[in-house]
Design a protein around this ligand. Structure first.
Ligand SMILES: C[S@@+](CC[C@H](N)C(=O)[O-])C[C@H]1O[C@@H](n2cnc3c(N)ncnc32)[C@H](O)[C@@H]1O
Length: 244
């Protein structure tokens, strides 16, 4: 999400313990272990719309489908989930269902989620519902039925393990695992391969990342990869499809 760093060894040594959460500029979460912000400093909610929703052809694709399953690498503050849920509530066809399944190694506490998301009044009701339902000790598989049409599952643990064990086939993926230069585990060939295996035909992915090795890992896994203009002045982002 931010500039690459040369010292990747340092990041991988520190990330085993915790993401070491800091707050910058009042309500902006930052991981000192990974040396990265949780979302774009310009506006994480708008970034979510540009990168993850539009990059996966959403909300348009919701129109033709009764049940939609989104997978995410890195739940973090739940911002992507809340913004997706907000748009889903406004735009999805009546009676359809959204299942959002995220893979997260270091789940936050409800107060941390609440603090980060309070920045956006647009997602007030989603934030409140998420913070109220979030367990005091998030571990294992957190499964929340947030309303009659919306389910959130957060699989706690390393993403590679979680995705490999998932039984579902996903319609769309949000790849949001900190900058590739700071957290190569979230962009590895093995993880991209596992994602591809757990994607429906014509299913998609999107990410703000544009690093060459990420693009090559996604292509090697079998995705057709497209480069698009990134958010807030970023030259490029990646999105793509598993050909049918
Ligand atoms: C950029 S943040 C995600 C932001 C999030 N999507 C949001 O809406 O706030 C990256 C997340 O990936 C998680 N993470 C880092 N390495 C991981 C791994 N190997 N497996 C699973 N989660 C990981 C971090 O704890 C962090 O929450």
């Amino acid at each position: 999400m931010t500039d690459p760093v040369s010292d990747r060894t340092k990041a991988s040594e520190t990330h085993a313990a915790s993401p070491e959460l800091e707050w910058r500029d009042g309500d902006m979460p930052y991981s000192s272990a990974f040396g990265d912000h949780f979302y774009c400093q310009t506006d994480g909610r708008l970034e979510c719309g540009h990168v993850f929703l539009a990059g996966n052809g959403l909300p348009d694709r919701w129109q033709g489908q009764q049940d939609f399953l989104i997978g995410e690498l890195g739940f973090g503050t739940g911002l992507n989930f809340c913004e997706t849920w907000r748009q889903w509530r406004k735009l999805a066809p009546p009676g359809s269902t959204l299942h959002f399944m995220s893979f997260e190694l270091y789940p936050m506490q409800a107060e941390e989620i609440d603090r980060a998301l309070s920045h956006w009044s647009e997602i007030d009701s989603e934030r409140q519902a998420l913070a109220a339902a979030w367990p005091s000790r998030p571990e294992g598989v957190v499964s929340l039925k947030l309303d009659a049409h919306t389910r959130l599952t957060v699989v706690c643990g390393p993403a590679l393990e979680g995705v490999r064990h998932a039984r579902q086939s996903f319609d769309a993926w949000y790849l949001d695992g900190f900058a590739p230069s700071r957290n190569a585990d979230m962009w590895s060939p093995e993880l991209m391969q596992a994602l591809h295996e757990k994607t429906v035909l014509n299913g998609t992915f999107a990410t703000y990342a544009a690093a060459g090795f990420v693009r090559r890992n996604l292509q090697a896994a079998g995705f057709v990869v497209e480069r698009r203009k990134g958010f807030a002045g970023k030259r490029e982002m990646l999105c793509g499809v598993k050909p049918g």
